[in-house]
Design a protein around this ligand. Sequence first.
Ligand code: UDP
Length: 485
Amino acid sequence: MANTITPHVLLFPMPAQGHLLPMTKLADLLSHAGLYVTFLATEGVYQRCFLRDDDDRGDQPRFRFRTVPDGLPRESSRPFVDTLDGLLGVVGHARGPYRELLASSRGGGGGGGGEGELWPPVTCVVADGFLPFALDVPVEMGIPVMVLRTSSPCSVWAYCCIPELIKRGEVASPDEPNLDESIQGVAGMEGFLRRRDLPGFVRKAQSADDPGLQFFATCSANLTRARALILNTFEALDSPVISRLRDVCPDVYGLGPLHLLGRNVCSTPSGGDSGKLWREDRTCMAWLDRQPDRSVVYVSFGSITVISREELLEFWHGLIGSGKRFLWVVRSDLVAETSADEKTETPLELEEGTRERGCLVGWAPQEEVLAHRSIGCFLTHSGWNSTLEGVVAGVPMVCWPFLGDQYTNSRFVSEVWRNGLDMKDAGGRDVVERMVKAAMDGEGADELRRSASKLAEEARESAEEGGSSYLDYQRLVQQIKSLSS
Ligand code: UDP
């Protein structure tokens, strides 16, 4: 009879907000299923996201945190990765300690910490798909690895097609490309995908050995070495893309929307600061309570986007021009510093001029905001988590993508799911005003709302007992258990 070792999963997210939150939800789900869970965070992220006086997320009998160095200055205002170089810096600091942690776990040391606790060895790693070394190290040691890709499945598939795109001469050109040209070579997306809609690193690449292009090609090739690919999506939303990805990695799990599945399975309330890089300012909820139904535009560009002061003002004028009420997340680091001594806080005219009809916060309880009856549309950067949160809330979107998969996500919103409008590559005040008016009460607004409501219903069904994401979660737990026998 086979010897069974207690299943113990180690999860290793990339240190960035959009990666930490879904990995945290996945960790909660696996812990809820009775598995031992080690959550491996980089030091800066651990301190800022989880080590707080008011956070009850300490170590528990079967759930613990471990950290690896990130090499970032202790008090860094951005203790996360937002560039390829930043990521490579983290790899240099984290790789060795990560290997030691796994080796100590396999050697009976419980996996670091030295408290003498009796933790079983790590039997499975869930590695962030943007951290190739998080997969390489356990593979070399013979530990099974699954990959979580926190970005959209449509972008994961587009990245998988990089070799085909290069072969066809569709990308990696030193010439000024025509962004409106349709793209051939991403199977299933011919007809509506333009060069403009390719993920950032792909549409920008000037040669086949562009470091960004190569990095994403490596991440895609790694999928063939993983035991399974875990996606934050659900069948009804992404079934054609999920089918394609099954040809790359045979076991694909759609567990999304993870925040909804987590809420259903673990009964955890939505929101809260755990896993968040900024503290939520909840004062905006009282402001929303005072607004009429579907009257407010919620504006948020996620955690990484940095815009110029001019762009900020264009958005502001566009919002004021639309005549709509708005709640806008203006992070302390949203506006780029152009010179060392230039002041970058929210311009005073914006603070003053907003008071009548708007509300500004540094960081909002986004899931709760989107679910509020007063929200009429979501002006978003189309980060994948924000997109799914908008889908769950059934709120039409106006998309202004900034980097990475956001370019592809916004195209899917406008052309495939039809729950929003795409204002990609255009951010002037007139466009903002026109798009916001169109999504709130323009000619096509009812149609957008109908599509958004249908998607919300499908998301709800997927995450309920018996739904596709719920069943995939149960299947995933079984697979993880089977890896330790
Ligand atoms: N978020 C939040 N409050 C804010 C802005 C963002 O809680 O004021 C959360 C949002 O709900 C989402 C995450 O931060 O879960 C951002 O992830 P996303 O993938 O949308 O974008 P990224 O930050 O990675 O660009």
